[in-house]
Design a protein around this ligand. Structure first.
Ligand code: GMT
Length: 374
């Protein structure tokens, strides 16, 4: 198949999934064309069967706001025609599904371009609900030929919030379990926890929905029982608040802010437990990456997280903001070696058996064929 993929190219789970999907499809012999305003960050080297098409927006002074959605639609038309694409798969509804709809209409006299929209999270649960976007998101979803959501939760939310009538296929996030795998990393661990302290880790874009300050409060509680450190990977709007909280709680030596990092596998492998105390999370790719490295996960019970984290099996699930409970769960696991090993094993097995790329990518392929009527 000849597939066009549009996604956000910088940090973010939807861009990661879109790019990894494109890479896998290319490996399977499909021709993949990425269409976006920048090269997706996981496409840093040449890969056979993959071409990147950059969308340029005009800086004309009359346009106070860049007309990206329109430039994207034009570029989609150009690539579909020139490369003879079978379908466009857009990730994150706004504005990608809308641009794809426009491209489809522009081409309608020449071909029946099929569009698949994958809903990832805040496009449905947050931004899409804003009155200025809601009708557009609903329209763009309804006009797509196929719609997928990354969890059952997100599918239900879409139906409830947008009264969508379109059938929605649930296709979860996936992982390369051969890349994200357990691998003892002593040097980083020794550096972070020189006295053998346990290490909690959290990775995110530090947006408010992630509730990163909760990870620091959990550490504070955990340290009342056992020596522990917290590693925070990523950056974003709430980082300064987190740094302030560390000073306030006298934890500056115990919380390491690593900022954005490429070598995530190494960092995850140096840690014991992954924390994801989000207020909203449609799937939780970061938690899956940790599970694949054999880390038990402590999460909130929101969104799609309970579909990923099996309570009392691969980790623990608690209510939003329940710091006491999440700390108790952490101490329970970190002080019981037998239980910890079992949870670690279960987490890894769940990642491999349910969410490995070899299991999920063929579901997308099959879905493409259904939409194309093949
Ligand atoms: O919605 C966002 O926060 C951004 C979005 C993204 O594009 O990075 O993340 C979402 O998509 C990921 C990949 O499907 C999911 O694993 C994340 O759970 C989801 N984030 C939220 O729902 C907050």
């Amino acid at each position: 198949m000849k597939i066009g993929i549009t996604c956000y190219p910088t940090y973010g789970g939807s861009g990661v999934i879109a790019t990894e999907l494109g890479k896998e499809l290319a490996l399977r012999g499909h021709k993949v064309h990425f269409i976006s305003y920048a090269l997706p960050f996981r496409l840093s080297r040449y890969i056979e069967n993959i071409v990147f098409h950059e969308v340029e927006t005009s800086k004309y002074p009359l346009f106070e706001f860049p007309l990206y959605s329109l430039a994207l639609a034009s570029k989609m038309v150009e690539v579909v025609e020139f490369e003879n694409l079978d379908l466009l798969h857009v990730h994150y509804a706004l504005p990608h599904a809308t641009s794809a709809y426009l491209a489809k209409q522009m081409l309608r006299d020449k071909r029946d371009l099929k569009i698949i929209t994958t809903l990832h999270g805040t496009d449905i649960t947050l931004v899409g609900l804003e009155p200025s976007f809601l009708p557009l998101v609903k329209f763009s979803i309804d006009q797509s030929n196929g719609v997928t959501a990354v969890s059952r939760f997100l599918k239900e939310k879409t139906i409830t919030n947008y009264s969508c009538t379109k059938p929605i296929e649930v296709i979860p996030n996936f992982i390369d379990s051969e890349l994200y795998k357990p691998n003892e990393q002593t040097s980083f661990r020794d550096h972070i926890a020189p006295n053998g302290e346990k290490i909690l880790v959290h990775t995110s874009n530090f947006r408010t929905v992630k509730r990163v300050p909760d990870t620091i409060r959990i550490l504070k509680k955990v340290r009342e029982d056992i020596p522990a450190k917290l590693v925070l990977v990523g950056d974003g709007p709430d980082r300064s608040e987190c740094e302030r909280l560390c000073r306030q709680l006298d934890l500056c030596d115990d919380v390491k802010f690593l900022g954005k990092q490429e070598g995530l596998v190494e960092i995850l492998n140096s840690a014991d437990l992954f924390l994801i105390p989000s207020q909203s999370e449609s799937f939780g790719l970061a938690a899956l990456e940790a599970m694949s490295c054999g880390l038990p996960v402590i999460s909130t019970s929101v969104g799609g997280l309970p579909e990923l984290v099996k309570h009392n099996e691969t980790g623990f699930v608690a209510e939003i903001g329940d710091i006491d409970r999440m700390s108790k769960y952490a101490v329970d696991l970190l002080t019981n070696e037998k239980k910890f090993k079992l949870f670690s094993h279960n987490a890894r097995q769940r990642a491999i058996n349910q969410f490995d790329k070899s299991k999920v990518v063929p579901i997308y392929e099959k879905y493409y064929k259904t939409i194309l009527g093949k």
